[in-house]
Design a protein around this ligand. Structure first.
Ligand SMILES: Nc1ncnc2c1ncn2[C@@H]1O[C@H](COP(=O)(O)OP(=O)(O)OP(=O)(O)O)[C@@H](O)[C@H]1O
Length: 231
């Protein structure tokens, strides 16, 4: 579904990615840990087609990002740390706009269903996005991913700043998405949540994947120890 093959990225003299290799299957939630500057966002930006790798390949469904971007972009959705949509438009209007941009046209009832599935309270659907909390914005991001039928969802620190209840709700939605077959790539600093939500954990250091483990083989305390020893 998602594959990095010897991915390298250099910014000027600085080598941010030094030959990254990983594979993420359908239905997996891969949580990527790593210090500030390890190269997590660079990796995501390459898969989103926002950055060109210096060498190597980023593949989505065996298609190379960059050369087949029109096709790969149809398969992906992105949820950043703060979902930035149109503040003057409501949740429903944002969802309508972004799903149309992805080539879908939905009825008001269908839009409402996506927002409900994402867990956004119904009384918020018609309110301007500028009045939404961070957790509510994340839910609109999820609704957009659902409406696009995204097969891969990239998330960059999606739970940072969310309260425990909102984190829990977000985790549940991620698990539901994965259960339906979506592959999730989540860059995070939250070791506890990574173990809770992830099916696999990667630890990145200075542009390389130095550990990859299944969450069935590790608990939060031992992952924290491994992380601190690694970085
Ligand atoms: N446009 C750029 N020009 C030069 N260096 C850059 C650029 N973008 C990123 N870098 C450098 O590349 C390295 C990797 O950055 P990246 O943002 O991918 O790290 P990260 O793991 O996402 O960090 P964080 O956890 O802080 O978000 C860092 O040293 C960063 O300073």
């Amino acid at each position: 579904m998602l594959e990095a093959i010897d991915l390298k990225k250099t910014y000027g003299e600085y080598q941010a990615l030094k030959g990254l290799n990983f594979k993420i299957d359908k239905g997996e939630i891969f949580c990527l840990l790593g210090q500030n500057g390890a190269g997590k966002t660079t990796t995501i930006n390459i898969f989103l087609g926002l950055l060109k790798p210096t060498s190597g390949k980023a593949l989505i469904n065996h298609m190379e990002v960059g050369t087949q971007m029109a096709d790969t972009n149809k398969l992906i959705a992105y949820i950043p740390e703060v979902v930035q949509l149109y503040g003057n438009l409501s949740g429903t209007e944002n969802l309508d706009l972004f799903s149309r941009m992805a080539g879908y046209r939905y009825s008001a009832k269908e839009l409402m269903n996506f927002l409900e599935k994402s867990g956004l309270p119904q009384q918020a659907h018609a309110r301007p996005l500028s009045t939404y909390s961070k957790g509510m914005r994340q839910k609109v991001g999820i609704a957009i991913a659902l409406s696009k039928h995204a097969e891969v969802v990239f998330m960059d620190e999606p739970t940072s700043g969310l309260d425990p209840k909102a984190t829990d709700e977000f985790t549940l939605i991620c698990k539901q998405l994965a259960h339906a077959g979506t592959a999730i790539f989540m860059a995070t600093h939250d070791i506890f949540n990574a173990v809770n939500v992830g099916s696999r954990i990667g630890i990145m250091k200075e542009g390389e994947m130095v550990h990859s483990t299944s969450t069935t083989d590790v608990d939060a305390k031992s992952l924290q120890q491994l992380y601190l020893k690694t970085i």
